[in-house]
Design a protein around this ligand. Structure first.
Ligand SMILES: [Zn+2]
Length: 423
C-alpha cells in the first residue's frame, strides 16, 4: 500500500512544473514601466515565483540559500505580453494546406509555438480565436507543467455572423462548413459566450467587421450589430471575462466600442470620432502594425490568394496612419501582433514599428507590459517588476529606451520564478 502511494506521489511530482527556487538577480539596469524610468544597478529577490524584494545592489544582499544570477551588460524588463496571437497556426504553412489541419494537428502546432513565444520573452499572451478549444488545452498543459509556454488567456472559437470574417467561407454550400463560433442574433451570441466559458475560455473574441484573410468579406464593413455585440459583452462581463473585438472598418470600430468591448483589435480605419469614443469608453486598441511586412513579402510564396493580398495592401497603410492617430489622440494602447500572420517568436519586431509610428520606446514597452496587464485586470500582480508581483522577468542587451530593437533578442526569460532561458 505504501509502495503504491509512493509511486503515485512520484507520478504526481513528475507532472508538476519545476519548483521555483529562490533567486537573487542582478543586472546593469531595469526598466520601471510604472514609474517610467530606468533604474541602475538593481538587485531583485525572487521567492516562490514572486518578486519579494527590489533594491540597489549595494544595499540589498542575497538571502541565504538563494541562487545568484548576475546579468552584466543587461537590462531587466517585465516579461512581455502580446494581446493578439493565434498559437494554433503558422504563417509559413501554405494557405490552403493549413485548412486541412485537424483540431489535434492544430493543437500540436500550438504546443510548438507556445514554447517559441516564451523563449522570445513573451511570458503572457492572449490567444484570440481558435477552433475546437485547441489553445485552451495548451494553456492547461502549460499550467500543469506538461509543456513549456507563456501564461495564456485563451478564447474558444471567435463569435461571427454567418458568412462573416470568423466563419469558414471557402467551401461551397453542399459541404456545409460552418465555423464553430457562428452565432446570429443577441441570444445566440449570449449562448455562444456561455459555450466558450463552459469549455474553459478565459477571454472572449468576436468579429465585428470583415477581415483580410477571409473570403468574400469586406474589411471596412460592419458585421455584428451593436445589439448582438452588447449581448455578448454583457454575458462575458457578468462572468468576469474581457472581450476582444476584431474591427477594421470605421463604423465597426465605433459600434464595438459603444457595445462595451474591452479591446478593439486592428482598428485600421480610424476617424476622430473613433478616437474620442475609445477615450470616453476607456477602450484599448491592439494594433498589429508589424505583420504586414511579412505578408506583403512572403504571402504570395505562402499561397495567400490575391483577394486577400489585395485587402492587405489596402489595410496596412491605413492601419499605420491610424496607429499614429490613436497614439497622438491618447487612446489606451496594448501590444497585439497577430502572431500566425508572421512567424511565432518574431513578436518583438513590432516594438520598433510602434516607435517608428509614434510611440516613445517607454510607451511601446508599457503597451506590452502594464497596459496589457491592466486590460486583463491583472495590474496588481503582472506587467511590472514590483514587490509582490509574479516573477515574469526578461533581460536584453543594452538599453531598450535608447534602442527598442534590442527587445528582438532576449537573453534571459523567467516566468513564475522559473528560468526558461539564460544565454
Ligand atoms: Zn488575429
Amino acid at each position: 500500500m505504501r509502495a503504491i502511494t509512493a509511486a503515485v506521489a512520484a507520478i504526481v511530482m513528475a507532472a508538476l512544473p519545476a519548483t521555483a527556487k529562490d533567486f537573487y538577480l542582478t543586472a546593469d539596469a531595469m526598466i520601471d514601466v510604472i514609474g517610467g524610468k530606468r533604474v541602475e544597478n538593481p538587485a531583485i529577490v525572487v521567492r516562490d515565483g514572486r518578486i519579494v524584494a527590489i533594491g540597489d545592489q549595494a544595499d540589498l544582499s542575497p538571502p541565504e540559500g538563494a541562487e545568484r544570477i548576475d546579468l552584466p551588460g543587461k537590462t531587466l524588463l517585465p516579461g512581455f505580453m502580446d494581446m493578439h496571437v493565434h498559437l494554433q497556426s503558422d504563417a509559413e504553412t501554405p494557405f490552403f494546406a493549413s485548412m486541412s489541419f485537424s483540431i489535434p494537428r492544430q493543437t500540436v502546432v500550438a504546443v510548438k509555438n507556445a514554447r517559441r513565444t516564451l523563449m522570445a520573452g513573451f511570458t503572457t499572451v492572449r490567444n484570440v480565436g481558435a477552433a475546437g478549444y485547441t489553445v485552451i488545452a495548451v494553456r492547461d498543459g502549460v499550467i500543469a507543467g506538461d509543456i513549456e509556454g507563456p501564461r495564456i488567456y485563451a478564447t474558444g472559437p471567435a463569435l461571427s455572423i454567418t458568412g462573416g470574417h470568423c466563419d469558414n467561407n471557402f467551401l461551397p454550400p453542399e459541404k456545409e462548413d460552418v465555423a464553430d463560433g457562428v452565432a446570429d442574433g443577441p441570444w445566440a451570441a449570449r449562448a455562444k459566450v456561455r459555450e466558450n466559458i463552459k469549455y474553459g475560455a478565459n477571454a472572449i473574441k468576436l468579429c465585428a467587421t470583415g477581415g483580410v484573410f477571409s473570403k468574400g468579406t469586406k474589411v471596412g464593413v460592419q458585421q455584428y450589430t451593436v445589439e448582438e455585440m452588447k449581448a455578448a459583452v454583457d454575458e462575458a462581463h457578468r462572468r468576469g471575462l474581457t472581450v476582444a473585438a476584431h474591427a477594421h472598418g470605421t463604423d465597426g470600430i465605433k459600434a464595438a466600442i459603444v457595445a462595451g468591448v474591452d479591446s478593439v483589435e486592428h482598428a485600421s480605419f480610424l476617424d476622430d470620432e473613433g478616437v474620442a469614443l475609445a477615450k470616453q469608453f476607456g477602450t484599448y486598441f491592439s494594433m498589429d502594425i508589424y505583420n504586414t511586412e511579412y505578408t506583403l513579402t512572403f504571402g504570395e510564396q505562402n499561397g495567400v490568394p490575391e483577394e486577400n493580398l489585395n485587402k492587405e495592401r489596402q489595410v496596412s497603410k491605413a492601419q499605420r496612419a491610424s496607429f499614429t492617430k490613436a497614439v497622438e489622440g491618447g487612446v489606451k494602447m496594448v501590444f497585439g501582433s497577430d502572431a500566425a500572420i508572421y512567424p511565432h517568436g518574431d513578436n518583438a519586431k513590432q516594438f520598433a514599428r510602434m516607435v517608428q509610428f509614434g510611440m516613445t520606446p517607454l510607451q511601446a514597452l508599457q503597451a506590452a507590459t502594464i497596459n496589457a496587464a491592466t486590460l486583463l485586470k491583472r495590474e496588481n500582480n503582472l506587467g511590472a517588476i514590483r514587490e509582490g508581483y509574479f516573477a515574469d522577468i526578461v533581460a536584453v542587451d543594452g538599453d531598450p529606451l535608447e534602442d527598442i530593437s534590442v527587445t528582438e533578442d532576449v537573453a534571459f526569460v523567467m516566468k513564475d520564478g522559473v528560468i526558461y532561458k539564460n544565454q
